[in-house]
Design a binder for this molecule. Structure first.
Ligand code: MN
Length: 342
């Protein structure tokens, strides 16, 4: 990893690697179980809307895994390179590192200095710890249960490593990194860094499940994360087998990722660890999960932006021209640099 600010040449070769990585996303294997809308309305669709289940648009399972740096062995659960970005909006991309054991080491494992512009990275540490440092002054350790919400906006340069303590100790590591898009009007706004402690998330009982509310409103409570557009985000843990239900705003995007376990959704469809369920945005209704003990899910919900999405490497903009500008601004050092580590 670079100890000095990157040279123009190293910036160029890094950008080439990132472009290749995004090509890798485009070529990697996706195995959709269903390509057409299914289960329209579910089993209880003939009564009032209060009783209706939201239709499932699609269930996607990705088995491909790849390394991000030498610290993150992830599946790209969704990305604009192989799915319709409008269907995912305002969410852009999600990497999931399923639980993996890392032996103790004195080496730093992770990803060195790289830029982002035009969106937000949201990092969930489920097991293990991530150290983060960025050119805007943000930094710290994301501990198990914490979420870091970094608004790259006009541009930051950052690095992401396993924490020194976790590396020395070794152990199970499990994380999610989600990219949340920003509307064109905010893509060049000031960066922001939110370190959200697990203890700050209100807990809500959904049947026998416990939800931790990260952003938005649920069950009369509010999550602590500040968002630029309407977003509701929570994870849910079922220690016992239970039925959990919730309902989100009409016309919004809802993506449900199963982190572990198994559940029957909408009394119709079985989903298990590694599956992403995309709900039908045009079909308002409740979501029901009949979950086995030990099931954990992450629920992402947001207002679609309805803007063009042009994603290239670490940048997400509205046009090719804005991508070219981002590359030029990065190469010119306009996104800042990290201070050398000691
Ligand atoms: Mn990054």
């Amino acid at each position: 990893m670079p100890k000095q600010p990157m040279t123009l040449q190293s910036r160029r070769s890094m950008l080439q690697r990132l472009a290749l990585a995004s090509l890798g996303f485009a070529l990697s294997c996706v195995r959709p179980r269903s390509l057409s809308p299914e289960n329209k309305g579910g089993a209880m669709n003939n009564e009032s809307s209060e009783l209706r289940f939201q239709a499932i648009h699609q269930v996607v399972t990705v088995r491909e895994r790849h390394w991000v740096g030498d610290g993150f062995y992830v599946s790209t659960v969704f990305s604009p390179h192989r799915m319709n970005p409008q269907m995912l909006s305002p969410f852009v991309l999600m990497d999931y590192g399923a639980p993996r054991h890392f032996p103790p080491t004195t080496e730093r494992r992770g990803v060195g200095e790289h830029p982002h512009r035009g969106f937000e990275t949201v990092t969930f540490a489920y097991q293990g710890e991530v150290d983060h440092r960025d050119s805007y002054g943000g930094g710290g350790t994301i501990q198990a249960g914490d979420v870091q919400w970094m608004t790259a906006a006009s541009g930051v340069v950052h690095e992401e490593f396993h924490s020194e303590e976790f590396s020395k100790r070794g152990g199970l590591f499990e994380m999610v990194q989600l990219w949340v898009n920003l509307p064109g009007s905010l893509k060049l706004s000031a960066p922001r860094y939110q370190a959200l402690k697990g203890s700050s998330f209100p807990q809500i009982r959904l049947g026998g499940a416990t939800a931790r509310l990260i952003a938005g409103s649920l069950g009369g409570k509010k999550g602590p994360a500040l968002t630029h557009t309407p977003i509701t985000m929570f994870d849910m843990d079922c220690s016992d087998s239970t039925t959990a239900e919730f309902e989100l705003s009409p016309g919004t995007t809802t993506l449900i990722f199963v982190l572990s376990g198994e559940a029957v959704a909408q009394e119709a469809r079985s989903v298990r660890a590694g599956d992403l369920m995309i709900m039908d945005r045009d079909e308002h209704g409740r979501v029901q999960l009949k979950a086995e003990a030990g099931t954990r899910v992450l629920v992402l919900n947001g207002q679609p932006l309805n803007e063009p999405v042009v994603a290239h490497g670490p940048f997400v903009m509205n046009s090719r021209q804005e991508i070219v500008q981002a590359i030029q601004d990065y190469q010119a050092g306009k996104m800042g640099t990290l201070a050398p580590t000691l």
